[in-house]
Design a protein around this ligand. Sequence first.
Ligand SMILES: NC(=O)c1ccc[n+]([C@@H]2O[C@H](COP(=O)([O-])OP(=O)(O)OC[C@H]3O[C@@H](n4cnc5c(N)ncnc54)[C@H](O)[C@@H]3O)[C@@H](O)[C@H]2O)c1
Length: 351
Amino acid sequence: MEKIFSVPLKGGAMTDVYTSSLSEIAKELSSYPSALAVFDDNSLSSYGERPSVPFISIAPGEERKNWESVDQILSRAMGEGLARDSMFIGIGGGVVLDMTAFAASVYMRGARCILIPTTLLSAVDATLGGKTGIDYGGAKNAVGTFFPAEKVIISTAFLRTLPECEYRSGLGEVLKHALLSPDNDLMKFLLAKRDKVLSRDPEAVSEMIRLSLAVKISYITRDPEERKGIRSSLNLGHTFGHALESLYDYSISHGEGVAWGTVKALRAGEELGVTPSGLAADGIALFREYGFDEDRFSIPEDLLPEYLKAIGKDKKKKGGIVRFVLMEDLGKPVLTPLSDSDIEKAVMRKA
Ligand SMILES: NC(=O)c1ccc[n+]([C@@H]2O[C@H](COP(=O)([O-])OP(=O)(O)OC[C@H]3O[C@@H](n4cnc5c(N)ncnc54)[C@H](O)[C@@H]3O)[C@@H](O)[C@H]2O)c1
């Protein structure tokens, strides 16, 4: 295993990030005398062999991110006699990882936890920063804790079995990170290695994940308590995108929504004179290069009020005001409210 980052977090916590092969992960699992591994059915088949530690596999899907699944994890942990110094090991996409870390955080007032992401989205977005939780009362991630993993272990081998739509969902977040990066390393890499990235060449994917994580880390370490608005900038594209996802009844993937939303944020920024035209054009071209076509999703005129209502429900609003992330420059986001007419211009505008 190779350590690629040590990430300092709130309250002196630290998460070490490693890249690894599947055989090294198997070895890591057997090194814990007392542990419970948590999979979903898909990540378990992607793992490929019978885990050497006690394990539980949950049915896949966001709809299983609930108390019932956490209860299954906790009761299995209790049944296996896990103690406070035992290891909870999440091996899966963001759903499994958020629930495993949540269960670890409440078990005996906090057991140990490592996370092994098996989707691109979870590798670049759902393992660092310490947010755990479940969906509750119809709201996403409404109940949870802050509990950073001790270790995150990334293996591109898992991505071989990932369905294309899930891979693209992760790419949406990666492309967003390219705009948030103050240097243009990730942007340049994505443009130069497009074919290798799209064909999931392990070396290219590994480097893309590393560059993408470096961007996320730079935001969370500058604002570990999420108080300065710096970390909120990671929500670039999310406000426009979430409202689209909700309008389409969540039939489009999160990353697809974020990609569309980021393009709309570039358009809104350009219209308001916040985003330089060159940056907007480069950003939109990058998304197009990766097949994220903004015209694939449109807001029919009669559904605009519903779309605006969905924007108003954005759970990240402050003092009742929804703030959008716009880009003043590469790596220079700014949080700002937008009027309904600004939003309308951005989302109804044709390419
Ligand atoms: N904690 C955080 O900071 C954070 C950040 C971003 C997202 N999230 C959460 O992450 C979740 C989304 O993550 P996701 O996109 O990974 O979703 P997911 O966990 O639902 O995985 C997507 C699909 O891929 C399948 N899958 C997983 N690994 C596979 C593999 N290797 N091969 C084949 N199929 C595989 C899963 O079974 C599922 O069907 C959301 O619940 C979101 O709230 C958390």
